[in-house]
Design a protein around this ligand. Structure first.
Ligand SMILES: C[S@@+](CC[C@H](N)C(=O)[O-])C[C@H]1O[C@@H](n2cnc3c(N)ncnc32)[C@H](O)[C@@H]1O
Length: 427
């Protein structure tokens, strides 16, 4: 990112807001995107808000390494929540990762600790800069996430996750009409890894891209497009999308010819579903309701349950998740998923299909959910993904489920971590 510090008032409000944003994420456990609005109140320019986001997100991508540098230059470690540590993190990340000239990075940070540990911050920063330190490439993952990834998926995947968190991922679009894939690849200057998918490596702001206003596509990571692909063509049949907002998968299903009931508990998130439906001209029956209480009028042939989850699979775009999620969150989410899944599966007609998906790298929210669902249930079966439905490069031979992991399609820009199972009701 370009240095923003050439303005006469050298970007102090943006740095202050970045500190506030990081505090909301690290101390109060709020998602980065949720906290952004509150932290940037009073910052009028879009560029400045983008700078706040960039400083916070980049700090989170490199947090363990930034802290290790800070600890290497202090006699004893500063407390985690010390103001000096917070200020040093953002000064260092600007100088070492965002390309801000070192003097500008510290000049915009020191006023934040006026009347406090100014001398300490200046001293530690100066020591590190004189040493010519740099951040390791790839970054070190937060310890808890690193140990879980290694335990569940092995060292190779954990190392790929380190490379994946290093930078924001490319922008993936899902097309309303997969037959137009070649045309949009050319028009947008992207590449396609599957029919109906276009990837932009170096994207412009979304709303300015051709086809956005006309609703010819929507933003959706390639992995997030896989669950709906496993339901195939709808031919006018009804599908329940039980956790629908903001609506990417509902739109895909409607575009594939399904009559979609898009249910979600959150009224505010459903507004985004309605906006997306309007922009794309795709028809959705939008309903607010809690899937733990609501129920359909009768049995249904197809259900998509894109369940709420820890979201540890989407750390590339949301580097805050790996800092916020712990064992308790994973267990709570897994219990909610079990409740949603056991309820929804009983709504299926014989021969009906339920797709269960989570954007999580935690087996408790994926493989283990389905294994325990199937225990003692002779009426349910698993239909594994077929290479003709999605790229064969994503299918592990013999696997019953679809599991995307860091490292897959890495040379093409990778994809998010997802778990997807196709459950069929036999009788
Ligand atoms: C992973 S997001 C869904 C993403 C969406 N399927 C898409 O593709 O855009 C999970 C959603 O589940 C909703 N949710 C959580 N608990 C719910 C419940 N008990 N009933 C209905 N919706 C719920 C949340 O509001 C959230 O919008």
């Amino acid at each position: 990112m370009a240095d923003q510090n050439t303005a006469p008032t050298p970007g102090l409000p943006a740095r202050k807001a970045a500190l506030k944003l990081l505090d909301a994420v690290l101390r109060r456990g709020q998602p980065l995107e949720t906290a952004l609005h509150g932290a940037t109140q009073g910052i009028a320019r879009g560029d400045d808000r983008a700078l706040v986001h960039a400083i916070a997100a980049e700090t989170l991508r490199h947090l363990p390494d930034l802290d290790a540098l800070i600890d290497s230059a202090t006699a004893k470690p500063l407390p985690d929540d010390a103001k000096a540590r917070a200020a040093l993190r953002i000064a260092l990340v600007q100088a070492l990762a965002l390309g801000t000239p070192p003097h500008a990075a510290i000049a915009t940070t020191l006023p934040l600790v006026d009347g406090g540990p100014r001398k300490l911050v200046h001293g530690v920063y100066g020591t590190l800069m004189r040493k010519g330190v740099s951040l390791p490439d790839p970054p070190t993952l937060p310890a808890y996430a690193d140990s879980r990834f290694r335990a569940h998926w092995g060292d190779v995947v954990a190392e790929s996750a380190r490379r994946a968190i290093a930078a924001p991922p490319p922008l993936d679009l899902t097309l309303a009409d997969p037959a137009e894939t070649d045309g949009w690849v050319e028009e947008l200057g992207g590449v396609s890894l599957m029919p109906g998918h276009v990837r932009l490596i170096d994207p412009a702001p979304v709303a300015s891209l051709p086809g956005f206003a006309e609703g010819r596509w929507w933003v959706q990571d390639l992995a997030a497009s896989l669950p709906a692909r496993l339901l195939g063509a709808g031919n006018g049949r009804r599908v329940l999308d039980l956790c629908a907002a903001p609506g990417g998968k509902s739109l895909q299903l409607a575009a594939a010819g399904w009559a979609v009931t898009a249910l979600d508990r959150s009224a505010s998130r459903l507004e985004r579903v309605a906006e997306n439906a309007e922009r794309t001209g795709l028809l959705l029956d939008i309903l607010q309701g809690d899937a733990l209480e609501w129920q359909p009028d009768g049995p249904v042939e197809a259900i998509l349950l894109d369940a709420p989850c820890s979201a540890t699979g989407i750390f590339r775009r949301h580097p805050d998740v790996l800092h916020r999620i712990g064992a308790r969150d994973i267990n709570e989410m897994a219990a909610l998923q079990t409740a949603l899944l056991t309820r929804a599966v009983d709504w299926l007609t014989p021969g009906g299909t339920l797709i269960y998906a989570t954007c999580s790298l935690e087996p408790e929210e994926g493989e283990k959910q389905i294994e325990s669902l199937l225990e003692g249930r002779t009426d349910l079966d698993i239909l594994p993904p077929r290479p003709d439905e999605i790229s064969e490069r994503l299918i592990t031979p013999g696997a019953r489920f679809l599991r995307t992991l860091p490292g897959m399609l890495m040379d093409e820009g990778g994809l998010d971590g997802f778990f997807i199972a196709r459950i069929v009701r036999k009788h």
